[in-house]
Design a protein around this ligand. Structure first.
Ligand code: SAH
Length: 256
C-alpha cells in the first residue's frame, strides 16, 4: 500500500528540501516522488541531502503543472498548516491513512506539499479531496517542508505497512522467562534468607510474601536474572554461616 502513495512537491525553492524528502520517504518505505516546477533542480545539494536515497530522486517524475502530476490519482489530498476561507474537508494524518485503506489496490494516491514560503495555493488546495493538517502548536504551526513529509510518511508507515512495525527481537535462550516452579523456588529462597538475616519476622510480615511475589511476577524474571538472584541469596546464606561460626568461635574462646 505504501507504493501507492505519491508525494507531490509543488514549486520547491530549496533543492535541499527535495533531497530531504527523498530520504524521509525511503526511510519509511515510500517510493513515489513527483516534483512540480522545482527551482534549481537537479542539484548537488539535493543529492547530498538525499544521502542513500538517491534512487528516489532518480525515479522522481518532473512536471510543469500540478494536473499532470496527479492525473492518474483517485484520491488527492493537500497538506497545510493553515485553514482557508473556502475550506475542503479537514482531516488528520491518521484519518488520511484510514481513507487510503479504502482505495483500491495499486491506484495512486497523491499527497501534495506546498512551496516553502507560502504553502499550497488556494487553487492547488481546491483540487484536493481533503486538507490534511498535522496537529502543531497553534501559535507556531508551520513545519519545515522535509519535516512535514517525514511526519506524514511516518504516519502512513504506522498505519499501512504490512511489515511488523518493529523488527522482531531475537530471543536468546538465556533470555527465556522462568517457569512457575522456578518462581516458587526463588520465593522460598527469599523467605529462607529473609528469616535467616532477621529481616522477616513471620508475625509482622502479613503482606511481605504477597508483595514480593507480585514484584517478581511484574518483573517477568528471565533465566539469567533468576540465576543472579539465586546466586546472591546463596552467597548471603554462606556469609551468614561464616559469620555465625566466627561469632561462635569467639564466644567459645571468651568462655575459656
Ligand atoms: N509558510 C507556509 C508553510 C510552508 S511549509 C504556509 O504558511 O503555509 C511547506 C509545506 O509543508 C506546506 O505547504 C505543507 O505542505 C507542509 N506543512 C508544514 N506544516 C504543516 C502542518 N502543520 N500540517 C500540514 N502540512 C504542513
Amino acid at each position: 500500500m505504501l507504493d501507492q502513495i505519491r508525494t507531490v512537491l509543488s514549486h520547491t525553492t530549496h533543492p535541499g528540501n527535495v533531497g530531504a524528502t527523498a530520504r524521509a520517504l525511503k526511510v519509511m518505505g515510500l517510493s513515489q516522488l513527483a516534483l512540480v516546477n522545482p527551482k534549481d533542480y537537479p542539484s548537488a545539494e539535493a543529492t547530498r541531502r538525499a544521502s542513500r536515497a538517491t534512487d528516489i530522486l532518480a525515479n522522481a517524475t518532473i512536471h510543469d503543472n500540478l494536473d499532470s502530476a496527479i492525473a492518474d490519482c483517485q484520491l488527492v489530498v493537500g497538506t497545510s498548516a493553515r485553514t482557508r476561507t473556502l475550506p475542503s474537508k479537514l482531516i488528520s494524518p491518521r484519518e488520511l491513512a484510514e481513507e487510503i485503506k479504502t482505495t483500491p489496490d495499486r491506484v495512486p494516491v497523491a499527497i501534495l506539499f506546498g512551496t516553502e514560503n507560502s504553502g499550497l495555493t488556494n487553487e492547488e488546495l481546491h483540487k484536493c479531496h481533503y486538507h490534511v493538517c498535522i496537529p502543531t502548536n497553534p501559535e507556531y504551526s508551520s513545519l519545515n517542508l522535509g519535516s512535514a513529509v517525514q511526519l506524514i510518511a511516518y504516519e502512513m508507515r504506522l498505519a499501512l505497512s504490512e511489515e511488523a512495525v518493529l523488527p522482531e527481537q531475537r530471543v536468546v535462550d538465556s533470555e527465556q522467562h522462568i517457569t512457575h516452579e522456578q518462581l516458587s523456588g526463588l520465593l522460598q529462597h527469599f523467605d529462607k534468607v529473609m528469616q535467616l538475616t532477621g529481616y522477616k519476622i513471620p508475625k509482622h510480615a502479613k503482606y511481605l510474601d504477597l508483595r514480593l511475589e507480585r514484584l517478581l511476577c511484574k518483573a517477568e524474571v528471565t533465566t539469567s536474572e533468576y540465576n543472579i538472584l539465586r546466586g546472591f541469596l546463596s552467597s548471603v546464606e554462606k556469609y551468614s554461616e561464616r559469620l555465625s561460626s566466627g561469632v561462635l568461635e569467639k564466644i567459645e574462646q571468651s568462655q575459656k
